[in-house]
Design a protein around this ligand. Structure first.
Ligand code: PLP
Length: 374
C-alpha cells in the first residue's frame, strides 16, 4: 500500500519552502572535521544570557515534572511593569515566531491576503502559506535608494485591498538590517484601514541606536488599535535556545491570539529566564555596547576591502561580496567561520554576518580578507 502524502497535504503546505536556519556548529564539526568554529549566522547574543537568567533556570530545574504556568503570569506581570502596559495586552509565544503564527491563524483564511516586502523575514511567507492565505509581496526599495532593499511603505500600501487582513513589517528587517523611520511608519499606520492588522516585528528593537530614528512602535498602540508589536528574548537577551517571545496588542486582539495559542506553549525554564533577564539592565547595556563596537569593527573592514553594505541598526550586517554569496559562505566554512548566505532572500551577492565578540569578528574579517585576495 502506498500513501500519496503530497496530494493529501493542504494546498498551502504542498508548496511551502521550509525555513533555512543558520548552520549549527555541530553540523560543521561533523561534516568538515573542524573543531575551532565560530558561528556568526543566527544573530544570537555572543555574550549569552544574563547570569540572572541562568540562575533562575537552575532554580527552576527541580520543578520540571510540573506543567508550566499556562498563563505565564510572572513573566507577563514583569513585562507589564517594564513596558507600562496592561497584562491583557500581552500574548506569550514559544519564540516570537510562534506569535507570528498565532497572528496568521487568528486572522488569515484561504480567502485572505497578507502583505509584506521583498527580502522580509522568511517566517512571514511560511505562516501565511501554511494557512492557505495568499502572500502579496511588495517591491523593496531599489539598490540606489538611501535605504537600499528596505521595505517601501508606498509599495506595501498599494497592495492592500478588501482581502488584506495582515501586513507584516520587520523593523529593523532581517536580513537587510534596514528600517522604516518614525515618520514613515507613522504615516503608513495612519494610511492603513483599521480592518487590516499591522504586525510590527521588533526582534532587534533593543539594539537600535536612538540616533537612527527607528521607532518604538509600542507608543502607537493606543492610536492604532489594529497594530500588533512583536518582541523576542532570542536576540539581545541571549535566550534563543529557550524560545520565548511576545506580542503586545489591543486586549481584544490579545484575547483572540491567546485562544489559538497552545495551553503550555512557553516552557517553565523560558518563563523564569525571560523574567530574570528583563531585570538585568546592565547586561543588556553591555550587550548593546559590544554590538556597537563590533559593528564599527566590521564597517571599518568594509571600507578597507572595500565592500558595500546595507545600513543596519540590528546586530548583523548584510555585505555585498560582489560575487555569489554562497561561494564565499562555503569558503568561510572551510576556515571554520559560519555566516549566512541570503540567496534565498533574493540577495544572491550578499552575506549576512552576525556581530560577535571582538575576537570572533576579527577572525571572520581575516578569513574574508583571505578569500577576497584569492
Ligand atoms: C530572529 C527574528 C525573530 C525572532 O525569532 P524567535 O522565534 O523569537 O527566536 C523574529 N523576527 C525577526 C525579523 C527575526 O530576525
Amino acid at each position: 500500500m502506498t500513501c500519496d502524502f503530497f496530494s493529501l497535504a493542504a494546498p498551502g503546505v504542498r508548496t511551502l519552502q521550509p525555513y533555512q536556519p543558520g548552520k549549527p556548529e555541530s553540523e560543521l564539526r561533523r561534516e568538515y572535521g573542524l573543531t575551532d568554529i565560530i558561528k556568526l549566522a543566527s544573530n544570537e547574543n555572543p555574550l549569552g544570557p544574563s547570569p540572572r537568567a541562568l540562575t533562575a533556570v537552575r532554580e527552576a530545574l527541580n520543578g520540571l515534572a510540573r506543567y508550566p504556568d499556562g498563563n505565564g503570569f510572572e513573566l507577563k506581570s514583569a513585562l507589564s511593569a517594564k513596558l507600562g502596559l496592561s497584562m491583557a495586552m500581552l500574548t506569550l509565544g514559544n519564540g516570537s515566531n510562534d506569535v507570528l503564527e498565532l497572528v496568521a491563524r487568528a486572522f488569515l483564511t484561504p480567502e485572505h491576503e497578507a502583505v509584506f516586502s521583498e527580502h522580509a523575514f522568511a517566517v512571514y511567507p511560511i505562516v501565511t502559506q501554511a494557512i492557505g492565505a495568499t502572500a502579496r509581496i511588495a517591491k523593496a526599495h531599489p539598490d540606489d535608494h538611501a535605504m537600499p532593499h528596505g521595505h517601501d511603505p508606498a509599495a506595501m500600501l498599494a497592495l492592500i485591498n478588501d482581502r488584506t487582513r495582515v501586513v507584516f513589517i520587520a523593523n529593523p528587517n532581517n536580513p537587510t538590517g534596514t528600517w522604516l523611520k518614525t515618520a514613515e511608519l507613522e504615516a503608513f499606520l495612519a494610511a492603513v484601514p483599521e480592518s487590516v492588522i499591522v504586525v510590527v516585528d521588533e526582534a532587534y528593537g533593543e539594539y537600535v541606536d536612538p540616533a537612527a530614528d527607528c521607532p518604538n512602535a509600542l507608543h502607537w498602540l493606543e492610536r492604532f488599535p489594529n497594530l500588533i508589536v512583536t518582541r523576542t528574548f532570542s536576540k539581545a537577551y541571549g535566550l534563543a535556545g529557550l524560545r520565548v517571545g511576545y506580542a503586545v496588542s489591543h486586549p481584544q486582539a490579545a484575547d483572540l491570539l491567546n485562544r489559538v495559542r497552545q495551553p503550555f506553549n512557553v516552557n517553565s525554564l523560558a518563563l523564569v529566564a525571560a523574567a530574570a533577564a528583563l531585570d538585568d539592565i546592565s547586561h543588556l547595556e553591555h550587550s548593546r555596547a559590544l554590538n556597537d563596537a563590533g559593528m564599527q569593527q566590521f564597517l571599518d573592514a568594509c571600507r578597507q576591502w572595500p565592500l558595500r553594505w546595507l545600513p543596519s541598526v540590528g546586530n548583523f550586517l548584510c555585505v555585498d561580496v560582489g560575487r555569489p554569496g554562497r561561494e564565499v559562505f562555503l569558503e568561510l566554512l572551510k576556515r571554520g567561520v559560519i555566516v549566512r548566505p541570503v540567496d534565498n532572500y533574493d540577495l544572491p551577492d550578499y552575506l549576512r554576518i552576525s556581530i560577535g565578540t571582538a575576537a570572533e569578528n576579527a577572525r571572520c574579517i581575516d578569513a574574508l580578507s583571505d578569500i577576497l585576495k584569492g
